[in-house]
Design a protein around this ligand. Sequence first.
Ligand code: TYD
Length: 214
Amino acid sequence: MGLFVSFEGIEGCGKTTQIHLAADSLVKRGIPCLRTEEPGGTTLGRKLRETLLNRGPFILYPETELLLFTAARAQHVREVILPALEEGKVVLCDRFADATLVYQGYARGLDIEVISFLDSFVTNSLKPNMTLLFDLPVEVGLNRARERIARLNLASREDRFEEEDLAFHKKIREGYLLLAHQEKDRFRVIDAAGSINDLQNTVRFHIDKLVNRE
Ligand code: TYD
C-alpha cells in the first residue's frame, strides 16, 4: 500500500504551487507518485468542478453543493486514488474530505454529522496518512487569490468561493485549525507566510519523514 497525503488551506495559501513542486521532487528522486486534485482528478470530477467553482445561471444550494463535492470524491477515490495506493504510489491530493467538513460544514453551516457520514460512505473510510495544512491570515490569502483571478479571463475564473465575504473565509481558517487540533497525529500545520522555497523545504521534510518511516 502506498501513502496518501492531502494538502489543505484557505484560498491563496499556496498549496497548489507546493503540491506541484513536491510531486516534481518525488519524481526526480524516482519515488513513484501521483498528483491529483479535488474537485477534479477524473473526467466526471472535472465536469463537476466546472459547475461547482464557476458562477452559473442558477443558485447552487449548500445541500446540492455538498452532494456534488462528495459525488466527485466517490468517483475519484475508486477511479484514481485507491488504484494508485494499491500500486504503492505516494498520492498527493490537492484538497480532500477535510475541505468538505470545513467549507460545507463550518462555513456553510451544514450538519457536521451528516457530512462525516457522507464522507465515510464515499471514501469507504479512506483517510490521508498525513494532511499538510497551509495556514495563513485570511486577508493575505484572499488578496493573493483575487490578484490571481483578476489576471484570468471570465470563463476560467473559478471564483465562486473567493467571492464569499471575509467572515466566511475566517470560518474556513478556524475550521481547519480546529480539525488540526482534533487530529494532531495526522495534521502538520505549516506557516504559509514564508517564501516558496522555505515552504517547499518544510513540505519535503514532512513528506520525506513519512516516506522513510514506512
Ligand atoms: P481549489 O482547487 O483548491 O482552489 P484554490 O486553488 O483556489 O484554493 O479548491 C476549489 C474550491 O472548492 C475551494 O474554494 C474550496 C472548495 N471546496 C469545497 O468547498 N468543498 C470541497 O469538498 C472541496 C474539495 C473544495
